[in-house]
Structure formats: C-alpha cells, structure tokens
Design a protein around this ligand. Sequence first.
Ligand SMILES: Nc1nc2c(ncn2[C@@H]2O[C@H](COP(=O)(O)OP(=O)(O)O)[C@@H](O)[C@H]2O)c(=O)[nH]1
Ligand SMILES: *[C@@H]1O[C@H](CO)[C@@H](O)[C@H](O)[C@H]1NC(C)=O
Ligand SMILES: *[C@@H]1O[C@H](CO)[C@@H](O)[C@H](O)[C@H]1NC(C)=O
Ligand SMILES: [Mg+2]
Length: 431
Amino acid sequence: MAASVLFCAVWSTAVLLSEVGAEGGEFSPGQSAASLPLGAAAAERRYLLYDVNPPEGFNLRRDVYIRMASLIKTLRKSSDWVLVLPPWGRLYHWQSPDIHQVRIPWAEFFDLDSLNKNIPVIEYEDFLAESGGPFIDQVYVLQGYAEGWKEGTWEEKVDRRPCIDKLMYSEDKSGYYRGWFWGYEETRGINVTCLSVQGSASIIAPVLLKNTTARSVMLDRAENLLHDHYGGKDYWDTRRSMVFAQHLRIVGDEFRARLLQSNDKTDKTIFQEDWTKVKVKPSLPLGGPYLAVHLRRKDFIWGHREDVPSLRRAAEEIHSLLKKLKLKKVFIATDSDRQDLEELQKLIPEMVRYEPTWEELELYKDGGVAIIDQWICAHARYFIGTSVSTFSFRIHEEREILGFDPKTTYNRFCGDQEKNCEQPTHWKIVY
Ligand SMILES: Nc1nc2c(ncn2[C@@H]2O[C@H](COP(=O)(O)OP(=O)(O)O)[C@@H](O)[C@H]2O)c(=O)[nH]1
Ligand SMILES: *[C@@H]1O[C@H](CO)[C@@H](O)[C@H](O)[C@H]1NC(C)=O
Ligand SMILES: *[C@@H]1O[C@H](CO)[C@@H](O)[C@H](O)[C@H]1NC(C)=O
Ligand SMILES: [Mg+2]
C-alpha cells in the first residue's frame, strides 16, 4: 500500500514537472530535475517545507518547529518525508542596523546533528540542490474557517476553501507563483491553494499523503496548526533535540566563567551533547552563583499590559530576590531600548549583561545573541522571566532539560497593579 502510493507520487510529479518545464524559461523545474543525478532513494523522498506568519518572533517559530516535527513523524509512518528547515530572516525584532539578516541557515543557531536524531531535516540550500531547483510543487496556505466555530462544537478538520485574506503570492508571466520564500527570490511555487484548518498538526497528514502527489509541499502560515500533544513525550523529544549551536554555547560558557564565576563543574550542570542519552537527572543542579532575569520590554509595554512591571517595580523585586537567595550578581537579558537601559543601569548598578561588540553581533546575529542570553539565563541559580513571553518560556524549557528544581525556574514578574499574579505552569519532561 505505502509502496504504491509512493510510486504514484514520484511518477505523477515527474509528469507535472516535465509539463511545466516545456513552457518554462531558461530555468525550469523539468530541466533542472533531469540534470540531477538522483539516486532511487532520493527520488522517492518527499519534502515538507513551511513558513510562519511574518510578525511572529524567533521563539514562537521554535514552537512551530515542534509541531512540524510531530507532523513529519506521522507522515513517516507512511512514506519517506524530510523536513526542510525554513531559513531565518526578516524578523521584526532583529533590528540591528547594517547587518544582513536574511537566508540564515539553521546551523547558525542550532546543532543539526541533534535535530537529525529526532527527525530527518535538511537546510533549504540542500533542498535546492537535491530536489532539482528552486521550485515547490504545492504551496498550501493555511487559514482558519471564515465562519469561525460554534461554541461546544469543536472538531478537528481540514478543507479546501477560498482564500480568506489577500494571497501573499502572485502569478508571474510563466504562471509560477512568486512570494517571500525566505528571501530566495528565484524560488517559485507551482501551485498555491488555501486550506482551512482547525486542529493539531497531524490532521493535515492525510491531505499530504492522499490528496496530493506533489513531492515538495510547503505549508505557509503553519502556526495555524496546533500541537499534537503539548508537553508529551514527542513534544519533549523534539524540544530536547533543539540543542543550540556549539559556537553559541561556547560564547555563553565563556561569559559565565569570566563574569559570573559559573561553570558546569561547580554549578553541577552536566551538559550531555547527545540528548538521546539523557534520562531523568539523578541529582538537582545547583546553577551558577547569580540571579538571571528576562525583562521583556518594547511591544510588551506599548500596550500597557497589566502583567508587565515597571522598571522600578522590577528592580525592587530583583533586589529582594538577591537578598533572599544570598546572591550578589544579577544577569539581565532584555530587549530594552536605550532609554530603558539607562534607567535600569541607575536602578540596578550591579547588573551584568551580555553586550556583543559589533563584530560579535555581525557574527552571531540578533538570533545568536538572543540564544547566548537564554543560555546564560538557563544556567543561573534562579530565574525570573516576563509573563507570557515565549522568550522566557524557552528558558524555562532549557532549565527543565538541565534538570533544575522547578521552584528556581517557573517564576515571573508581576505587574505593578496586578491582582492575581499567577506564576508560570511547570511542564515536566517526559522521557
Ligand atoms: N538578546 C535578546 N533579545 C531579546 C530579549 N528579549 C526579547 N528579545 C528579542 O525580541 C524577540 C521577542 O520575540 P519572541 O521571540 O517572539 O518572544 P516573545 O515576543 O517575548 O514571546 C526575540 O526573538 C529577540 O529577538 C532578550 O532578553 N535578549
Ligand atoms: C481529500 O480527498 C478526499 C477524498 O477524495 C476529499 O473528500 C477531501 O475533501 C479532500 N481534502 C482536501 C483538503 O482536498
Ligand atoms: C492546484 O492544486 C489543487 C489542490 O491540490 C488542485 O485541485 C488544482 O487542480 C491545482 N491547480 C493546478 C493549476 O494544477
Ligand atoms: Mg513574539
């Protein structure tokens, strides 16, 4: 059964490609596919690509990766699928001037060997080389249902529907679809269709397996699909496989040693490179002799949210925590603007921050600097973050992976006037 579906898929894609190629220009999918010395195994492989709503930040995108990994696991029960990692770039928060932050491969931020121990992944450039050119056979733009859903009648479903929003793709003279495609201008979609979805990532698996024979399928607006099982074993396997790139961990470790008297030995934070070998931690790590803070500002304060503290209130909390924990040092990760930083400096003169030089920023980029901040926060004796910030959530998870006592991790600041300041939920690892 699986084999015949597979054969069918390969055969009809070849027909589709050659048809399109005949009318294409100097660079058509038919030609490029034919010129590639593809082995039989590579020819059978199908590619899942995805992208996320442009305004979404780095840390929600990391969450969407987990959902796509679940989908790949479901698809692979039937046939050979690989996930193509969407190049990073053009993120709203990556505002450092004069550095080019587009078409960034995942290897600049994450350890690909670790990702590959969970699901097969390849970079977009590898996809271009392997699949025969900058063409994506089928783009599905995911959206909700125009009619919404009636209360009490939630059901998981997926249907082909007219596009609700203006399509972010346009047809060119040759009938190909042009769009953002992670900044790869030469990439084209051969077919773009809207699908209304309601449910977890794997509900779309039957559509990919049965309704289309396209070899490369891109799910745009993939955040419309939810987690198969948030916080379950599959979730944590994928999350644990998202090991930060080694060069960023090294920068974080050097900073810990130099400015925070923190190292894995005295902190008892044993980092195991191969996440598949890690089981339940035998003993709790201690963490470095510092308090770590994530203070999310910018768009989190513009709306005057009542769960986000003023800097003055945050500074009070920090000083009271330092006293309670008998710590002298506080590491602060923040996206504060210059004015907020000056105020912070006055309120907390002893604060330590990771401030990259221009050369370091150019090398690691805003994403790498954020990861270094997260890595340092993850190794502190105690962490306190900002309410409903996915940046803080990813630090919680990193600390959970290192085995910290949840009391030292799942903490957040309260707003100055907040009445019910509920603390973050403890999500325990399932091994
Ligand atoms: N380096 C650094 N960047 C931050 C910090 N807080 C926020 N940012 C930047 O702002 C973005 C926040 O967006 P996102 O990742 O979606 O997290 P969320 O909006 O807080 O849920 C991050 O991806 C970073 O680019 C921080 O403490 N350190
Ligand atoms: C997939 O195919 C089935 C069976 O032909 C059909 O009922 C369903 O509407 C299709 N779904 C989509 C999303 O095209
Ligand atoms: C595009 O894809 C849809 C859904 O798979 C299909 O029904 C339609 O015929 C395709 N259009 C073209 C022009 O191939
Ligand atoms: Mg965000």
